[in-house]
Design a protein around this ligand. Structure first.
Ligand SMILES: *Cc1c(COP(=O)(O)O)cnc(C)c1O
Length: 431
């Protein structure tokens, strides 16, 4: 399977040379740029709803990050998309892995990340997660645990852990496209800024303290977010100078992607420049840990229109994907571009509401958006579905989770079955 992919990558690289792009590809990949014929073929072969992931685009996004932050450690926040093929692509591209739970650590290990490229961010870690990670640490002694409370340090010590630790700080500033994704200012995450130096000091008695860390939240995009980011970075620089003797200062992820068709691409070089400037002189490496930026525009969700209902205000297009497959619109009011792959340019347009089959009002991908009026059977593509898409999928309404294929046509995840959904319950297969 890796053979397939490298052949595919080589073909893609050749295409880039031909089109003049460097290894990082264009700054953004819009939904309009996906090959409609290719997507239609994949839907015909594998059914819908279907996630399609372009592994070459994952590579390009990694390459652009590395080019923008040449001296920094770039870590992929794997929770954005933890599929095996994506993890392998990121590993090949040279990024480290930032994991939010023991399960993610295990999957990163299985995908070939060595301990020295693994960072486990322990947020209120369940005992079984700590047990597991400390167990793996016995073989991977270079892995780093990022802790956000003294209490977590105590629990690590109780388990005999005396390895690499990074202290997560609550910087008191947050960025983000929705209040639910602003983490920097929430007390839940990190030790309070004014106690951070003392916690680092204490931790040094029992652990190898290698870094300090803060993550403001998701969606650095506009000027306001960038200002918040600068402030966070400046505070982290100050802290790093105060405590001294660190390997790195990790300023988190949250690099935005343009979800709306007209939004400009994130100016990654400007973010990198602002980050270096705000950090100031520190005797430690900069580290960043983007998730969304690596995978968002590498994925689309394909769904078929099964019901067309004209109403006075809008045409409701009922589709076979729902909030169970892509939760972001329901959870964050997130905007995702939608393209009717079967509509010719002369198709009449009007307000369209794309709604899923779940018995929830919020099960909608757009409401009254100007789109071609769909026909039953049309295939719709939902853009920027690569980040926090499949990862947040659920089986609500007894809906098996969708399949995922690579753009090259390799099945990355089989479509879940109803037996898979019920196997753990009384009378299920697993009993
Ligand atoms: C989620 C998360 C990230 C990545 O956020 P993105 O918005 O996907 O870039 C990075 N660091 C930590 C600690 C996170 O929880």
């Amino acid at each position: 399977m890796s053979g397939d992919r490298s052949a595919d990558t080589a073909a893609h690289a050749a295409a880039h040379v031909a089109s003049g792009d460097d290894a990082g590809g264009p700054a953004v990949r819009r939904l309009a740029a996906w090959d409609a014929g290719r997507l239609s073929d994949l839907a015909a072969d594998h059914g819908t709803p279907l996630y399609v992931t372009d592994l070459d685009r994952v590579h390009e996004n990694c390459a652009r990050l590395r080019a923008a932050f040449p001296d920094a450690e770039v870590r992929y926040a794997v929770k954005a998309h933890t599929g095996r093929a994506v993890l392998e692509a990121v590993r090949d591209a040279g990024l480290d892995a930032e994991c939010a739970a023991a399960g993610e650590v295990r999957r990163a290990l299985d995908a070939g990340f060595d301990g020295d490229r693994l960072h486990y961010t322990a947020v209120n870690p369940p005992a079984r997660d700590l047990d597991a990670v400390v167990d793996w640490w016995a073989d991977e002694s270079d892995l780093t645990v990022t802790v956000g409370a003294r209490d977590t340090l105590d629990r690590l010590a109780e388990r005999g852990f005396d390895g690499r630790v990074c202290v997560r700080v609550n910087p008191g500033v947050g960025a983000g496209h929705h209040e639910k994704v602003r983490t920097g200012a929430a007390a839940k995450f990190g030790v309070p800024y004014d106690r951070a130096a003392a916690v680092v000091d204490d931790a040094r008695d029992d652990f190898d303290v290698v870094g300090v860390h803060a993550h403001a939240g998701s969606g650095i995009h506009g000027e306001e977010d960038l200002a918040a980011h600068r402030e966070l970075v400046a505070r982290m620089g100050e802290l790093a100078r105060e405590v001294g003797d660190l390997e790195y200062v990790d300023v988190g992820g949250g690099f935005g992607v343009p979800y709306r068709e007209g939004d400009p691409a994130l100016d990654l070089d400007a973010v990198a420049e602002a980050t270096r400037e705000a950090l100031g002189e520190v005797d430690a490496r900069l580290a960043v840990e983007p998730g969304r930026y690596v995978v968002a525009d590498a994925g689309v969700l394909l769904t078929e229109v099964n019901t067309v209902k004209p109403t006075p205000d809008t045409t409701v297009a009922g589709v076979d994907a729902g909030m169970t497959d892509l939760l972001r619109p329901a959870m964050y009011d997130a905007y995702h571009a939608i393209r009717d792959l079967d509509a010719s340019p002369d198709r009449e347009t009007g307000p369209v509401t794309v709604a899923g089959p779940i018995c929830e009002t919020s099960d909608m991908f757009c409401d009254g958006r100007e789109l071609p009026i769909p026909d039953r059977g049309d295939l719709l593509a939902i853009g920027n579905a690569g980040a926090y898409g499949y990862e947040m999928a659920s089986t609500y309404n007894s809906r098996p989770r969708p399949a995922e294929v690579s753009l090259a046509g390799e099945v990355l995840r089989e479509r879940e079955t109803l037996a898979g959904v019920t196997r753990l319950e009384r009378g299920g297969d697993a009993e």
